[in-house]
Design a protein around this ligand. Structure first.
Ligand code: ARG
Length: 273
């Protein structure tokens, strides 16, 4: 995670960002701190990267890479406004001992790549390119399922899909065992079909819950950290036996980000068996 000490909205690269609207950096920090504290209270280990001046979007660390088994695939941002973040994340991964892969293709890390069981769900349409889907598959040697986003409000895959069971490997009974929640209307017809076939038990979230960034959530398989405004999704999660944990990041939503955007999962190297 990255404390939003320099958070503001000074440019527009997604429809949520309106530079004319005032932002409150202290409020952003306080809301972010509540998320951080809740993760720690619930037993999660959180690493921090230093915020850099002039990079107000660095708080959205999900875009800082995609990490599986101790290997970090670094980002290459679509827009020049965020390109300055790349070297900070690369330096951080290297210093922390991750095997760091510098990409050829435009990709925005875990914003567009989600590990669901053994497969990588990969988004395109607004940010990460189709070529990055091939590259991420080569880097990790895993199957990649390409999905096309069509609604500019949901410009990253992590705004339209939430992986509910973040299990690495076949621990829960084989490939695709991880269930997801998703917003069907964020995808084109072909991608909706793929999702329906692959995840017949998925939670389909309403447009109303999607529109308040309900799907931009993090899960440890039991606790699902979601926006308090996603009340329908909250009820759906309870029905399935998950524990919704409500965290309000309204200030960070002014930059077009939520809980998941502020969280990059660091999957350490698996002990070889
Ligand atoms: N302002 C940032 C951008 O448009 C928000 C990024 C949100 N991150 C995410 N993982 N969806 O790039």
């Amino acid at each position: 995670m990255c404390r939003p000490e320099h958070f503001t909205v000074s440019y527009t690269i997604n429809p949520w960002m309106e530079p004319a609207k005032p932002t409150d950096t202290a409020k952003a920090v306080a809301q972010w701190q509540a998320l951080y504290d809740t993760y720690v209270e619930l037993g999660h280990e959180v690493e921090l990267i230093d915020p850099a001046e002039g990079l107000p979007d660095m708080v959205y660390t999900a875009n800082g890479g995609f990490v599986i088994d101790g290997v970090a695939y670094a980002p290459k941002f679509r827009f020049a406004e965020r390109a300055g973040e790349e070297r900070h994340f690369i330096d951080w991964f290297r210093a922390a001992g991750f095997d760091t892969i510098v990409p050829e293709e435009v990709n925005e890390g875990e914003g567009d790549f989600l590990l669901a069981g053994d497969v990588i769900l990969a988004g395109t349409g607004f940010r990460s390119t189709g070529d990055s889907h091939r590259e991420v598959g080569e880097v990790f040697g895993r199957e990649v399922v390409s999905l096309t986003l069509t609604d500019p409000r949901f410009y990253h895959l992590d705004t339209a899909i939430s992986v509910l069971d973040p299990v690495v490997g076949a621990a829960k009974g084989g490939p695709d065992a991880a269930n997801i929640a998703y917003l069907p209307g964020a995808f084109n017809e072909a991608s909706q079909q793929i999702l329906a076939e692959r995840f017949p038990d998925a939670i389909r979230v309403s447009d109303a819950d999607g529109a308040v960034f309900g799907l931009n959530s993090a899960s440890d398989g039991y606790n699902v950290f979601i926006s308090p405004r996603a009340t329908g999704f909250e009820a759906q999660l309870r029905e399935r036996g998950y524990n919704p944990v409500l965290i309000d990041l309204s200030e960070l939503l002014l930059g077009g980000g939520g809980i998941k955007c502020c969280t990059l999962e660091l999957r350490a190297k698996q002990a070889s068996s």
